[in-house]
Design a binder for this molecule. Sequence first.
Ligand SMILES: [Zn+2]
Length: 415
Amino acid sequence: MIKIPFGFITLLLLTFFLKAQSNLSEEAMLEKAKIIHEKAIVLDTHVDIPGKEYATPECDPGIDNPNLRCDLVKMEKGGVDGVFLAVFISQEDKFDGETYAKLKDNALAKFEAIERIFEQYPDRCELALTTADLRRIVSTGKRAIMIGIENGYAIGDDLSSLDKYYSLGTRYITLSHWRNNQICDSSTDETPKHGGLSDFGREVVKKMNLLGIMCDASHIAESSFWDLLDISSSPIICSHSGSKAVTDHPRNLSDEQLKALAKNGGVVQIVAVPNFIESSDHKKMVESLIDEFQLGERNFNYYMTDEEKELKKKDIEGYYAKLELLEKTIPAASVKDFVDHIDHAVKIAGINHVGIGTDFDGGGGVTGFKNHAEALNVTIELVKRGYSEEDILKIWGGNLLRVWEKVEANSAAKS
Ligand SMILES: [Zn+2]
């Protein structure tokens, strides 16, 4: 007979018991996350559409489309109830009537593209123009689609275009994009143009307040942000931004901005663009690659002219090839990094002022949350970190709905 020491059996039993415990709690955690996720109105405030080909046979949002991070199938699978689709207008250095007319045509073509989803899939989604619409649509089990314009450049120099965009369903406008425009300075332009909001920009904000279009401060310079808080009579949103204290990127908000946003009653919707929320290991790796290929600065793609890009073609290709290889072991960001940004914003601004705006199909997508089908992973991570059901409901949609309702009420009171 083999003698097994008593201590060994105790250890064996203890190991088994602990393992069962941890498995159980993992399972219980998943169950809890699923229940909360189901209860929540799960909203994403920033999703891009590829362009005019959206909702044509070339780019069908009704199937599990390998070219889209957000389509109806992935939203249904991931329990995502509503998204703001972005009518994105690229920034040029021209500010004349002819350019503005062209921009308006571009914007209208994108509105038409979004309109096509409702014709193609009337049983699966519907346009929400109000918070009441959104709640009603979600309660029927359909996806609610909202519209935001990304870049106030689309307004041109004509305030009446805001009436037109509002009537087409626009419920927020991101005041600028990557460069300064006629409304305000951008956080990623090298030199200030207005030092904040322009005189025209101030008129735009007042009219947006009047109409009930949310002012979106993502992309705008810090100077523009302070001007906007001064002028807007409604709370504001940042539809897709991160926490600068966690990742020092000009697209993210400083702690001072987060505190001011809380005071304003607004909300920051945390972005899932890897560069904006990247891990420190990835940052170090990219910086050394930029040095190795002598590409100057991090966002060289935006700052280099076409001629400069042509001259550095070989280096740029080498950079991307090596980056792809290295990212297999050092991913830019994961769902944990994403939730780190949520954690920080909650710590500074409070639980009532943080939400989610991925920028899927516009650069967003991280390991573990690469598309809407994986939305539950965010809830699981939040549950693991001790967020309550009430907290998670606020983060996924409650906070954004509160701000939008305030913006609606303020507009109704003015008219
Ligand atoms: Zn953006």
